[in-house]
Design a protein around this ligand. Structure first.
Ligand SMILES: [Zn+2]
Ligand SMILES: [Zn+2]
Ligand SMILES: [Zn+2]
Length: 146
């Protein structure tokens, strides 16, 4: 099972035109498995003692984020940059207190992006868009009442 996901990560890297290195495959494997936006320290924790430092990992993630394999997500949590493997286009609702993340998708977002471009004088085409919604989750709300 584990062997497979590692092989898959390699295949995915090659498909998207990236140099498939052991390090990149392992990073991608973590993100594919976790299926959520993760910060660099969170990824390092999952990788265990892989001998990767933050700067190296950050560079690798930025390289991967230049294609559509991995997305950079801004969740405003202390401005830490999150990275996520995105199989299907979606957005997030984020708790400002505990940071819990819930994905959501809505076909309207694509139309809003199109409208923005249509009205734009400077742009003719959108390549991507992002939308995150922020609030306080029910669990955090209840905690305050105790
Ligand atoms: Zn997501
Ligand atoms: Zn919360
Ligand atoms: Zn969207």
């Amino acid at each position: 099972m584990k062997q497979n996901s590692h092989e898959d990560a390699y295949a995915l890297l090659r498909q998207s035109g990236h140099r498939a290195t052991e390090g990149r495959a392992r990073i991608l494997e973590v993100l594919v498995k976790e299926q959520k936006p993760m910060t660099v320290p969170e990824i390092i924790k999952k990788l265990g003692h892989a001998g990767l430092n933050e700067a190296t990992l950050y560079r690798a993630l930025e390289a991967l984020a230049s294609s559509l394999v991995i997305r950079r997500v801004d969740l405003q949590k202390g401005n830490a940059r999150h990275y996520e493997f995105v199989l299907k286009h979606h957005h997030h609702v984020v708790c400002l207190k505990c940071g819990v993340i819930e994905p959501f998708s809505n076909e309207l977002c694509g139309r809003i992006a199109e409208r923005a471009i249509k009205k734009s004088k400077l742009f003719k085409k959108a390549s991507d868009h992002s939308l995150e919604v922020f609030g306080v989750c029910v669990r955090c709300l209840n905690k305050n009442h105790v």
